[in-house]
Design a binder for this molecule. Sequence first.
Ligand SMILES: Cc1cc2nc3c(=O)[nH]c(=O)nc-3n(C[C@H](O)[C@H](O)[C@H](O)COP(=O)(O)OP(=O)(O)OC[C@H]3O[C@@H](n4cnc5c(N)ncnc54)[C@H](O)[C@@H]3O)c2cc1C
Length: 333
Amino acid sequence: MMSYKVDIDGVSSFTADEGDTLLSAALRSRIGFPYDCSSGGCGNCRFELVSGEVSELWPEAPGLSARDRSKRKHLACQCLAKSDLKIKVRTGDEYLPAIPPGRITGQVSAIRDVTHDMREITIKTQSPACFKPGQYALVSSAGVARPRAYSMSNLPNDEGIWQFIIRKVPGGAFTAHLFDAVKPGDPLILDGPYGMAWLREDSQRDILCISGGSGLAPMLSIARGASGKKMDRRINFYFGARTAVDIPGPRDLDFLMGSQSPCTSKIVVSNPDDSWAGETGFVHECVERDFGSRLEDLEIYLAGPPAMVDAVQEMLFIRYRVPVQQVHLDRFF
Ligand SMILES: Cc1cc2nc3c(=O)[nH]c(=O)nc-3n(C[C@H](O)[C@H](O)[C@H](O)COP(=O)(O)OP(=O)(O)OC[C@H]3O[C@@H](n4cnc5c(N)ncnc54)[C@H](O)[C@@H]3O)c2cc1C
C-alpha cells in the first residue's frame, strides 16, 4: 500500500495511506485537524495546498466555494494524497480526537422498522464498540462508491454492537442501497468514531437535547448516556416530527422511563392532522416557549436537518446569547 507524508506548515506532519482521506489520516495520527461533518458539506476541514498533488472524491462538494477553489483550497474529508504534500491549515486542540478513528468491518445483525421511513440497523463487530455518546461513524458497503455519516444511537459497549437509526432519503444513493439491498449477515465497513458533539460528562448543567427526524439517533445516545448515571442534572428531551406518522413508537422513545436522573420529554409536530393532541409547531418554538432566557444555563445538544439546526442556532446564539461552548451540534448534510 502506498503512503505519503503530509507536512502542515512545517510544524507537524502525518502519514496518509492510500485510500484514506487527509482528514481521517490526520485524526488517526492524533492531529487536531478542524472538521465537523466529514461529508463535504460544512467546509470546516478546508485547507490550502502549498505543494504536491491530491485527488478529489467529490469535486463539486458544496463545502467549497468557487473562490476557495481558485485559491488552491480543498476539503480534507474529500481529498486523497497522490504525492507527499505541504499544506496550510490551523489545527487546534479542540479537534483532537477523544478516540482516534479506526476502520473495521462488521456484519448486519438486525434490521428493524422505527417509522415508515426510518430503520434501526444493528452492526456487530469483533472488537468493542468504542465511541462517545453522540458521535458518528462513516458507513460504507462494498460496491457503493462513497461512505455516508451515521450517528450511533446506542452506547459504547464491549460486545461490539453499533446501532444506527437511518431515514430513507427519496432519491438518495446510499439509503436506497441500505433499504433495498442490505440484509442481516451482510458486511458493512465502519470508520470512526468522528464528531465533536458528544456528551460532556463533566458538565454540571441540566441537559437539553433537540432533534428532528433522524437527528434522533445521536440524541438517544446522549440521553441514554446521561440517564444511565445517577445525577442531579435534569435531561430535557425534545423531538420534532413533521407529522404524527413520523414519530417512533414507545420502544424508541420511552427509554427515559428508567432514567436515574430527573427527565422530561416532548414530541412536537409541525404539520399535525386532527388526531394529534400534543405540542405543535417547530421544535425550537416549543423549546423557546418552555425555556426562554433559561437556555443560557443549559448544556445543549442538537442534531437534524440543516434548516432545523440553523433555526435553533439563530434562537440560541442571536436571541438568547447562549455561550457557544455550551452548544454541541451535528448538521445532517
Ligand atoms: C455528522 C452526520 C451524521 C449523520 N447521521 C445520520 C443519522 O444518524 N441518520 C440518518 O438517517 N442520516 C444521518 N446523516 C445523513 C447521512 O449521512 C446521509 O446524508 C443520508 O443518509 C442521505 O444519504 P444518501 O446517499 O441516501 O443521499 P444522497 O443525496 O445520495 O447523498 C447525501 C449526502 O451524501 C454526500 N454525498 C453525495 N454525493 C457524494 C459524492 N459523490 N461523494 C461524496 N459524498 C457525497 C453529501 O454529504 C450528501 O449531502 C448524517 C450526516 C452527517 C453529516
